[in-house]
Design a protein around this ligand. Structure first.
Ligand code: SAM
Length: 455
């Protein structure tokens, strides 16, 4: 049995490290002209991963931390489709779109808020610019089960989509009401049946722990129901409560949120429950069946983390299209405008809607490697690191190693000259373990209101 009280001291604000440096370091010091030059200089032999942000939702889910535009007006959506097309047109002038595409993801918002016909137009448009999707490319879409019908699923399946991700969050009605997302089990079950009918290779479901009124007991019931859907993967996210950034989160009564010890108990139960039902834990918050390709990647130490979570597809340049979307090159991150008017104005001016980003210096690149290794593979092979960067790990990270000593004392990791390896429990606190390697963390310590809590 775990002694949870030991971990409570680790409950503090911290990044989720979908990137390093984190989005807080993105700024307009990275200028448009440099961004364009970098894009034009990309190595054409590197494959592409495409991300499309389809931001519309009809109603607000109060927990939602995503970048969303609320609307029920169709003309807004048609207008957005037009701008996406024009963004692709401009992009094709700066990027070799004939490169191989190994991955494409539609994120939201609610991508399936677009009708089947609209989705088909968007997909056809993309394929007219990017004709070289490899056989078996990983093509996925985030789906709100309340907004999916057979025509949409068919269009996606015919276009080669082979992965879908359903948002469940929690099945408990009281929780659902408190977060303004009422979604009975039958709706999720119907969506799941559709995905199976259209032969999706992998179906993921999203749950969140840390939502209002959740207890270990209610979450046990949610998990018991969720497992009857037999998904290939589970994402079980720690609720990131950042009401200073997200207005809708202010509608959540903070006194109803579960406390850190309850949340740790939920997470520990989730791990025990899912692993005893044949799933394996991957990374911080994902679980998958053992035959999943992610495991082979873990065994080879080749799991990667990007803005969409965990993937086996490393070494690709990520191109983000649409409002707020983020792209990633070999040594940079870039983000599009977050405000629709500004996004449109840029495109009207014939420019890519790039707003800001960051170019990684040598130190950033070293730390990015270490943090991403920890977040994905839960270990650092120090010899491999020393060879890769021609830097002595123990000297370079003497401070970080000092900060990690209490983690070793708490059996959250072991470290010696050759490696740092997290224990199974340590993986639960992987954000904390990564933080000592983050050069920007010290600057942010003064302000508590920047990241969500790690526990
Ligand atoms: C873009 S959203 C969901 C897509 C779709 N609109 C839906 O609601 O089903 C992707 C996932 O992010 C997770 N998520 C959103 N806000 C979160 C937060 N504040 N903390 C943790 N996870 C969050 C949810 O699990 C959600 O399903």
């Amino acid at each position: 049995m775990l002694d949870y009280s030991k971990f409570l001291k680790y409950s503090k604000p911290g990044p989720r490290y979908t990137s390093y440096p984190t989005a807080l370091e993105f700024s307009d010091a990275y200028e448009y002209d440099t961004y364009i030059k970098k894009m034009e200089a990309q190595d054409s032999s590197r494959p592409l991963s495409l991300y499309f942000h389809l931001p519309f939702c009809k109603n607000a889910c109060y927990f939602c931390g995503c970048s969303v535009v609320f609307t029920s007006k169709e003309d807004k959506m048609l207008r957005y489709m037009e701008y996406l097309k024009r963004e692709l047109e401009i992009l094709s002038k700066h990027l070799d779109c004939k490169r191989q595409v190994i991955q494409m993801h539609f994120g939201g918002g609610t991508p399936t808020f677009f009708t089947a016909d609209q989705l088909k137009i968007i997909i056809d448009e993309i394929k007219s610019y990017f004709p070289n999707f490899i056989e078996g490319a990983e093509i996925s879409c985030e789906i709100d089960p309340r907004h999916i019908n057979e025509d949409q699923m068919r269009v996606m399946s015919e276009a080669g989509f082979n992965r879908v991700s359903f948002g469940i969050q929690d099945f408990n009605e009281k929780v659902q009401i408190a977060v303004h997302r009422v979604q009975p089990y039958s709706i999720t079950k119907d969506a799941m049946d559709l995905a199976r009918k259209y032969n999706m290779l992998s179906v993921n479901v999203d749950l969140i722990y840390g939502l209002p009124f959740q207890t270990l007991e209610t979450f046990k019931e949610t998990l018991a129901l969720a497992i009857t859907l037999n998904p290939d993967r589970f994402a079980v996210f720690n609720y990131a409560h950042v009401p200073w950034l997200k207005k809708t989160m202010r509608k959540i009564d903070e006194t109803t949120l579960p406390l850190p010890d309850e949340k740790l108990a939920i997470m520990q139960y989730t791990i025990d429950f899912l692993t005893s039902n044949g799933y394996k834990m991957i990374g911080m918050d994902h679980f998958a069946k053992p035959e999943d390709e992610l495991f082979k990647a873990i065994e080879k130490g080749e799991l990667h983390r990007n803005f969409q979570g965990y993937t086996t597809k490393g070494g690709a340049d990520l191109i983000g299209v649409g409002l707020t979307s983020i792209g990633e090159g070999a040594d940079s991150y870039n983000q599009n405008f977050k405000v629709m008017v500004e996004y449109e104005e840029a495109i009207d001016a014939g420019r890519l809607p790039f707003e800001r980003g960051v170019v990684l210096n040598a130190d950033d690149q070293i730390r990015q490697y270490v943090i991403m290794e920890l977040m994905s593979n839960f270990k650092i092979d120090i010899e491999r690191f020393n060879k890769l960067f021609d830097v002595d790990f123990s000297t370079y990270f003497a401070d970080a190693l000092e900060e990690l000593k209490p983690f070793a004392e708490d059996d959250l990791l072991t470290m010696d000259d050759k490696s740092i390896v997290c224990s199974e429990t340590g993986t639960l606190l992987i954000r904390n373990i990564a933080m000592p390697f983050d050069a920007y963390m010290h600057q942010h310590k003064a302000s508590k209101k920047t990241f969500s809590k790690t526990v």
